[in-house]
Design a protein around this ligand. Sequence first.
Ligand code: UDP
Ligand code: MN
Length: 331
Amino acid sequence: MYYLLIFVCFVSTLLDSTNTHALNESLMICSESHEDRRLFMQDKPRSAYAQLPVIYFVTPTYPRREQIPELTRLAHTLLHVPRLHWLVANDRDRCDKFLDNMLNKFGIPFTYLASPMPSKFRNTKPAPRGVANRRAALQWLHQRNLTAGVLYFGDDDNTYDLRLFSEIRQTQRVSMFPVGLIAEYAVSGPVVRNGKVVAFLDSWVAGRRWPVDMAGFAVNLAYMSQYPNVNMPFKPGYEEDLFLRSIGLRIDQIEPKGNNCTEILVWHTQTKNKKSPTVRIDSALLNDRFNLGALFHSLKVMGVASASDTEGPRAVISKNGKGKPLSYFLS
Ligand code: UDP
Ligand code: MN
């Protein structure tokens, strides 16, 4: 009896300490819908959208371990959007097969450019991030004499509301709208009175006539084509301002979007950047008897991590909660 009691106590503390209670939660269902009312499902044939102006969505991107997940997430947003051409401009001196393949598979019309930041800027602080590649995209548009459609600069790490695309598609000259999570006020965008943009709210003015974020405006290509000197200089912090100055924008021409700039249709989310690790794994585990060789090969191709026989923290490989020596797997 005594032993049984000890045993019961032991088992119950074990259950407690691992938080394994039977389900018995206090919960409120706040709302629920069993009706499918999704607006953006692609249940129409492509031809139903044929009359819409094309959105040229320019994404500067650069090799780092977060690049592939960022582009995957962004692609999954863009997959919902009809009549869109995705200009993916990589900050690298060459094309790579992996990105090429990946972009092809999404099925979104796209152009994949490679245009590296000039080396003289690489070590400047702050560096002109994403400028060389956005400039390359501008050049691509210019070379094709594209004078219909709408240009939008969409970084690879932002979060886009699908309503953004319906809004900017109607841009006649330049449209603007607030961007969430920018700088000190967690927002940047136009001040609107009686349907007109009259000023700007942004915590970093710094003499900028157009103190807006890159994701906070869209430009009609017919309008832009009237300004052959369109440019985006390598001037960190002033890219938006100088770009908008180069297309002769006047404040009374700006079209406020997002219900007169009362809604957030795009968020300046940022992903934590970390160095891609080297993981020490015995080469005996990296041959084709195990998955690990192929797994680390693909992580390497994506710039996420690499495996080494001699460098980096040793990888723990466990079973039943315990690290196992190499010999265990080779026997
Ligand atoms: N970017 C780039 N090269 C770089 C750094 C950034 O092409 O060396 C791209 C990046 O992928 C993003 C945009 O430029 O689409 C803005 O960079 P980031 O998001 O790091 O800057 P943020 O505006 O969030 O501070
Ligand atoms: Mn960003």
